[in-house]
Design a protein around this ligand. Structure first.
Ligand code: IMP
Length: 209
């Protein structure tokens, strides 16, 4: 088993396989009272490495990212992967959510492409879900994975200015507003990521590494 590394506060170190400080804030908001100190790749690399997401599923991609970092740092590592699946498009954009309209596509370009592809679908056929998978690798023998899902449908035009990605087009079940129209606290309680993080917290609370 790997030696457990702690910081000055005796918290166990957990690397987040991302350079995004916003991601760490989001994780700390939910898991901050556990005895883990969350670090990002920015704390270890400059420039931050871009890990290629070559998987065909969210689980594969999360695992690829966590494994890449674990292989190099040998420290417990957390990685997430998320995206949107639209039923009338056979689950597209899925793992290609970030690059649906091309490698460096903007959110606006991705949303425009999604709306165009859904033009022939109406009513129930516009059902969709956001999924988020989080993987933690603690040692070569020990890893965990959790998943959060948020069911909803694709709207007919972008609505709202909040959030990011496909938020203006995604209407979660039980609401008649898009993710981009909901305040962030409400989005966090129903979102795929919020749900995955709550499951992660329960697992981390009980983990023995
Ligand atoms: P990531 O794996 O969290 O980086 O998400 C990949 C892509 O999925 C993002 O670039 C967005 O296009 C889309 N996505 C994931 N989560 C959300 C969300 O909560 N709202 C809107 N789009 C999202």
């Amino acid at each position: 088993m790997n030696e457990i590394k702690t910081d000055q506060s005796q918290n166990r170190i957990m690397i987040i396989a991302s350079g995004n400080a916003g991601k760490r804030d989001e994780i700390e908001k939910i898991c901050g009272d556990l005895d883990f100190s969350f670090k990002t790749l920015r704390d270890y690399w400059d420039p931050v490495p871009q890990i290629e997401e070559t998987g065909e599923t969210f689980l594969e991609n999360a695992f690829i990212k966590a494994q890449w970092v674990f292989d190099r740092l040998g420290l417990p590592t957390l990685a997430d992967d998320s995206g949107l699946q639209v039923d009338c498009l056979g689950g597209e954009p899925g793992v290609r959510s970030a690059r649906y309209a091309g490698e460096n596509a903007t959110d606006e370009q991705n949303n425009r492409k999604l709306l165009k592809k859904c033009a022939e679908c109406s009513g129930q056929r516009r059902s969709a879900r956001f999924r988020c998978v989080i993987v933690c690798i603690f040692s070569p023998e020990k890893s965990i994975a959790v998943e959060g899902m948020c069911e909803g449908k694709i709207g007919y035009s972008p609505k709202g200015n909040g959030g990011f990605g496909y938020d203006p087009l995604f209407i979660p079940d039980g609401y008649d507003m898009s993710f981009a129209q909901l305040d962030s606290a409400t989005k966090n309680t129903v979102s795929h990521r919020g749900k995955a993080l709550k499951k992660l917290k329960e697992k981390l609370r009980n983990i023995s590494v």
